[in-house]
Design a protein around this ligand. Structure first.
Ligand SMILES: Nc1nc2c(ncn2[C@@H]2O[C@H](COP(=O)(O)OP(=O)(O)OP(=O)(O)O)[C@@H](O)[C@H]2O)c(=O)[nH]1
Length: 189
């Protein structure tokens, strides 16, 4: 797969209510959380979009997309990114996974086939639609669901042809999601 066929989409909206402060700007090993997502994507994509209504994210020098529907959660965030994307494949990441690495994302790309519309990581027994590859074709399905009032991301993903990439062993460590001050303390100690 050529990197010109893949766009990176990073979700940096939401309330960060459990953390109490914008998760993307938290620091881990000298870099902001969102920079970790940007750097993991960089070798694999032609360009990266940040989906957030917060202008502070302009500091990263990437194209920032505003949410088409405000406060509607990650499903609306992914839809907003897919709408602006001009490539068939789109690597979607959240901004709260500072241990993420390119090696893990390559596993998603290796699974591309003609049928799958979403290829998502499954780690610790959990499906992870925010470490996943989306075909642009999902845009239409997601818009229809959003217009019907649907907000559940995994439900929306399951309306598409979805394939899991199950991580085992040490690989599961790269997908840790940091939502609370306690979880942050755990990784920086
Ligand atoms: N663009 C966009 N991203 C979102 C939205 N809601 C959540 N996200 C992103 O989706 C990812 C997962 O978010 P969550 O942890 O489920 O939600 P959150 O609102 O950030 O945090 P909590 O309030 O603690 O649940 C993070 O990268 C968020 O930045 C949204 O409405 N728009």
């Amino acid at each position: 797969m050529d990197k010109n066929d893949i766009t990176g989409i990073i979700l940096s909206g939401g309330k960060s209510s459990r953390m109490g402060t914008d998760k993307g700007f938290l620091m881990y090993e000298g870099k902001s959380f969102v920079q970790h997502s940007i750097d993991a994507l960089k070798p694999l994509v032609s360009n990266t979009l940040i989906v957030s209504n917060n202008k502070a994210y302009d500091v990263f020098g990437l194209k920032r997309i505003e949410d088409v529907i405000e406060n509607a959660g990650p499903l609306a965030g992914i839809y907003s990114g897919l709408k602006q994307s001009s490539t068939a494949y789109n690597l979607v990441l959240s901004c709260d996974i500072p241990l993420i690495s390119t090696i893990i994302l390559k596993k998603l790309i290796h699974e591309i086939d003609v049928e799958s519309e979403v290829i998502q990581i499954k780690s610790h027994g959990k499906e992870m639609p925010l470490i996943a590859l989306y075909n642009k074709s999902c845009e239409t399905v997601f818009l229809k669901l959003l217009n019907e009032g649907e907000r559940r991301l995994q439900f929306a993903v399951n309306q598409c042809k979805v394939k899991q990439v199950v991580l085992t062993g040490e690989d599961v460590l790269f997908t840790q999601n940091i939502n609370t001050p306690e979880e942050l303390k755990e990784i920086i100690k």
